[in-house]
Design a protein around this ligand. Structure first.
Ligand code: ASP
Ligand code: MG
Length: 411
């Protein structure tokens, strides 16, 4: 008998019919003898609807009151799911975040979980009930309702699983697992049976939006086994774990991630003196712009070129700041480019295999794709290329690293 935390997202509880389907699924697990705690999001679209309502009163609603309001979305779904379970003969009870006492700090709309009181839940489980907990919300020391930030129900699920020492935290969503890359770009992308937390974080931060990044970090930190599954299709999903077992079939690269939301800025002909990087990036960071990749060339003529990438939304802001810096420093010119994209290969296998980066560069060279920037970490190699070659690059790399599904599969 296992203790399982199951989290269902907004689309999975998007209608009464779907909530009844979720109830049937929960019943199946429970009939197997498992103890089940369910975490649900608000019905899809509901959180947005509530935020819109608030904005009709005030563009910048008071955060405390906004939390009081948006937390109602989840309060509706926990009650509906508990009712649906009871209707099919499964004893169930719903709890809001404050009733379980998911204690958070007081940072309204982006609160952090400090502590969870698991006693009440254990008591309910012992009494044979399925416990349905509202995702996304908590309560601060003073009793104010708080919320954890958009997509926060994933974090609630993982935090509850950690507090209850659950055997697994299952995240049910509208995809059947984590894929080697976006199946819309590569038809032969394959579902991964397993991926490590580290790899998942790299994949997620690069735009594979299956799980909230914070939830993955949390699960890694507390070693909560996480599984991503489809809400309404059968299948094993993808298990996200700590262990990096080395097997013969284990590919070196687990996936190809990519991101189109990047822009590149270059400041040319800056004096090659100590403190230059700080003089350039200091004001950029003061303008609240996050910098991703950075390249500084070797100097010649006592000047150097300095290139970095930012989120495309920050491009104009960063360009303006950089032009000011260029004037102050007497740099030659500033060049910007928004038509770029970042492609990364991700895999813990890189730690134990040489030549992975060159294999990547070879595959891109074969397609005549020019690499503009390169950065590496222990388990990732990223390149910046012209955006129009993005899909070609992803496909070429997917094939080069033998990630393509065998014929007949994946399409
Ligand atoms: N309902 C919240 C949101 O839409 C939390 C969640 O779905 O995870 O952001
Ligand atoms: Mg969600």
């Amino acid at each position: 008998m296992a203790l399982i935390v199951q989290k269902f997202g907004g689309t999975s509880v998007g209608s009464v019919e779907r909530i009844e389907q979720v109830a049937a699924k929960v019943k199946k697990f429970r009939d197997n003898g498992d103890d089940i705690v369910v975490v649900v999001s608000a019905m899809s679209g509901e959180t947005n609807r509530l935020i819109d309502l608030a904005k009709q009163i005030n563009d910048q609603p008071v955060a405390r009151e906004l939390d009081v309001m948006v937390s109602t979305g989840e309060q509706v779904t926990i009650a509906l799911l508990a009712m649906a379970l009871i209707k099919i003969g499964v004893p169930a009870v719903s709890y809001t975040g404050s009733q379980v006492r998911i204690l958070t700090d007081s940072a309204h709309t982006k609160a952090r979980i400090l502590q969870i009181d698991s006693q009440q839940i254990h008591k309910e489980l012992k009494a044979g009930r399925v416990v349905v907990v509202a995702g996304f919300q908590g309560v601060d020391e003073a009793g104010n309702i708080t919320t954890l930030g958009r997509g926060g129900s994933d974090t609630t699920g993982v935090a509850l699983a950690a507090a209850l020492k659950a055997d697994e935290c299952q995240i049910y969503t509208d995809v059947d697992g984590v894929y080697t890359t976006d199946p819309r770009v590569v038809a032969k992308a394959q579902r991964l049976d397993k991926i490590t937390f580290e790899e998942m974080l790299e994949m997620a931060s690069l735009g594979s939006k299956v799980l909230q990044i914070r939830a993955v970090e949390f699960a890694g930190k507390y070693s909560v086994p996480l599984r991503v599954l489809h809400s309404f299709q059968e299948g094993p999903g993808t298990l996200i774990t700590l262990d990096e077992e080395e097997s013969m079939e284990q590919p070196i690269i687990s996936g190809i991630a990519f991101n189109r939301d990047e822009a590149k800025l270059t400041i040319r002909g800056v004096p090659d003196t100590p403190g230059v990087a700080f003089k350039i990036l200091g004001p950029i960071s003061s303008a609240n712009v996050e910098v991703d990749m950075i390249v500084q060339n070797v100097a010649h003529d006592n000047t150097t070129d300095f290139t970095f990438t930012v989120h495309r939304n920050d491009y104009h802001n960063a360009l303006q700041v950089l032009e000011g810096i260029a004037r102050d420093m007497g740099a030659r010119e500033v060049i910007g480019d928004v038509d770029i994209a970042k492609v990364s290969i991700v895999g813990v296998g890189m730690r134990s295999h040489a030549g992975v980066a060159s294999r990547m560069f070879e595959a891109l060279a074969k397609e005549n794709i020019n690499i503009q920037m390169i950065s590496t970490s222990e388990i990732k190699v990223s390149v910046v290329i012209e955006e129009k070659y993005l899909e070609l690059a992803v496909r070429a790399l997917h094939t080069a690293f033998e990630l393509d599904a065998p014929a007949g599969k994946g399409e």
